[in-house]
Design a protein. Structure first.
Length: 216
């Protein structure tokens, strides 16, 4: 039933995953002899990578106005953090459920982040948001240092670290918000989230992924 209700959103997630797969399937150049050129004024439409086009069209990236930024984002779609983000997007539209840990039952905020980290890189996070913020081995990250795959925390219940989501880039994060809502992407620059942001944590995703079975 969930897959039927939210088929349109799942289609978008599937397109993102497919586009990412297309990018990875393309052969890498033997060497980079010249720097990337800045995209045309029209924005991401001139980029060859389909994943970049999709993210731009959906408002997940700001206009790309420099070769350095193009190169940075292009490279990011090939790393472990982006695999985690893409998997999180597969669950767009799944309803919020207090205490929920699965797609079928629904997710609460920390159930969602725990499910994504365990399923994508094999890292088992504590169950509650405040416990995730204090988990051993996670690095405390400043707001200006955020990268895709970082955990972002907010005070939404008059309690520090009472809500958690996953940073996806360009000041956006994906999370399971509250009762009556569903997994979605929101902008951390919005006043509500900006004044409630309480910190971020980063896991060593590459190390975690390296411990997964090779059949993954």
């Amino acid at each position: 039933m969930v897959r039927t209700i939210f088929s349109a959103k799942r289609l978008f997630a599937a397109l993102l995953v497919a586009a990412c797969a297309c990018v990875r399937a393309a052969p890498e150049p033997a060497a980079v002899s010249t720097p990337l050129q800045a995209p045309p004024a029209a924005g991401v439409g001139g980029l060859a990578d389909p994943i970049m086009n999709l993210l731009g069209e959906r408002g997940l990236l700001r206009p790309l106005d420099s070769a350095a930024l193009v190169e940075s984002v292009r490279n990011s779609v090939r790393d472990t953090a982006s695999d985690l983000v893409m998997q999180a997007m597969n669950f767009l539209g799944v309803p919020y459920r207090r205490g929920g840990n699965t797609e079928e039952a629904g997710f609460d905020c920390s159930g969602f982040t725990r499910h994504i980290f365990e399923g994508s890189v094999g890292l088992v996070l504590p169950r509650r948001a405040d416990e995730q913020a204090k988990a051993a081995g996670l690095l405390n990250i400043n707001r200006q240092e955020l990268k895709p795959g970082d955990l972002v925390f907010f005070n939404t219940m008059k309690r520090t670290f009472s809500h958690v989501g996953i940073y996806v880039g360009d000041d956006k994060f994906i999370h399971s918000p509250r009762t009556g809502s569903e997994v979605r992407i929101e902008d951390m620059r919005d006043a509500y989230w900006a004044r409630r942001f309480t910190g971020a944590r980063r896991a060593d995703l590459s190390a975690a992924a390296a411990q997964l079975p090779t059949s993954r």
